[in-house]
Design a protein. Sequence first.
Length: 191
Amino acid sequence: MPRAKRRKPYDPAGAHDRRAQDLPFNAEVATVDVDDPLALEPGEKIVAFRSIRNDPLGRLHAHRQIDDTQYRSGRAFQNDWQKAERGPRAVDTTREFVDRGLRRKPITEGRRQTTLRLNRAEHELGADGSAPLHDVLILGMTMEQVGQRRRLCTQRWQDYFARRLKECLDRLALMYGLATASRVPVKDHQR
C-alpha cells in the first residue's frame, strides 16, 4: 500500500514571497531593500533584486566598494546629466504636423540650473576627475575599460582610477549637499 504524502505545515511568510525564482543564466543581480508597494503600514520594506550587469555604479555599491553617500551622489550626477542632455529626439507623433518645421523647445529654468550644476562639478573636479567620472557614470565603463581607453592596463592603474573615482564621488557628495566637509583638528606642535 502506498504511503500518504505528508503536507508541509502552513508558512505565512512563504505565501507572499514576490521575489523572482528563476533568473536568466547571464543575470547579475544584487539584493536591495525597497519600500513595499503593497504594504499596509508605511515604511515596510521588502527585498528586491536590482540588475547590476550594465551598471558599474550599482556594481560598486553592491560589492561594498563605495558607500551609500557616494552611490547617491553618483546617481544625482547621472540624473543631472540626463536632464541636461539635449540631443536628437524621436519624432513626437502626438504633436500637430505643421509645414515640416520643428521648433526647439525653450530651455527651462530647471534645465539651466542642472547645466550650471554640471559645469560647477566639472570645474571642481578638473580634467583628471571629470573624465574618469564621465567614463564610469555616463558611458558605463569599468575600471579596466577606463585604463584600456588610456592605454594604462596594469592593476596599479586600475586601483588608481578606482581611488580617483571615489574621491570624485566624495567631492560630488559635498557639492550636492549629501555630505558635509569634515574638519580634522590640527594638533598644535609645541617644542
